[in-house]
Design a protein around this ligand. Structure first.
Ligand SMILES: Nc1ncnc2c1ncn2[C@@H]1O[C@H](COP(=O)(O)OP(=O)(O)OP(=O)(O)O)[C@@H](O)[C@H]1O
Ligand SMILES: [Mg+2]
Length: 188
């Protein structure tokens, strides 16, 4: 059930053209900045987009310009886990890694503990309005989100076409604090 649904949403997301992706990503960024917690956060985890996900370069660069620490994940296939690394410059720190996702390259890996994070900006294939998410099926974020502090804020960002009233969920699926699309900010 998850599998079919995942495939359907990914193919819908693929149909969006780059102009729409760029302009909606910008609107999502603007909505994200409306959260007061963003300004106070010291350590923020984001992701580096691939595959027609919500674009995050502007978000990462904005935090860097405010001297906030930005952390991105590196996928560790063997252990099925995410390694966290501080990023200081997207251009110089990053190369294409596992699954074709951009990640800090050897020599630019600066490990950060999950407990240091104040905010995590989470990618997804789909969300529902109760804050549940569907990823690519590795369970990477589900496992990782169990290791953050209780007071760490989790924010899912996605296009409106990825947001549903209800999605298939299992007991291990993490629930987020906010979902933000180009149209709305949902506080769970
Ligand atoms: N917290 C967890 N502890 C142990 N195993 C887990 C946990 N979360 C997920 N898994 C396992 O990982 C596999 C994939 O989970 P799921 O289908 O929820 O992935 P997903 O949420 O789409 O992926 P991701 O979290 O990487 O975005 C499942 O077999 C599940 O049992
Ligand atoms: Mg899951």
């Amino acid at each position: 059930m998850k599998k079919e649904f995942r495939k359907k949403v990914i193919s819908e997301r693929k149909k969006q053209n780059q102009d729409i992706i760029n302009s909606n990503s910008e609107l999502i960024f603007q909505n994200l900045l409306k959260l007061s917690e963003i300004k106070e956060a010291k350590n923020i985890m984001a992701y580096l987009d691939f595959n027609n996900e919500v674009k995050t370069d502007n978000i990462v660069n904005y935090f860097l310009s405010k001297n906030q620490k930005v952390v991105v994940p590196i996928t560790i296939l063997d252990e099925k886990k995410l390694l966290l690394s501080e990023i200081k410059d997207i251009e110089t720190d990053v190369s294409i890694g596992t699954y074709g996702i951009r990640e800090p390259k050897s020599g630019f890996i600066r490990p950060v503990e999950a407990k240091e994070l104040d905010i995590v900006i989470v990618p997804a294939v789909a969300y529902d309005i109760n804050g549940y998410r569907l990823g690519y099926g590795g369970g990477y974020y589900d496992r990782f989100l169990e290791s953050i502090r209780d007071d760490c804020l989790t924010i899912g960002i996605a296009f409106e076409i990825q947001l549903f009233d209800k999605i298939p969920k299992e007991d291990h699926d993490a629930q987020l604090d906010y979902i933000i699309t180009e149209k709305r900010i949902i506080k769970i």
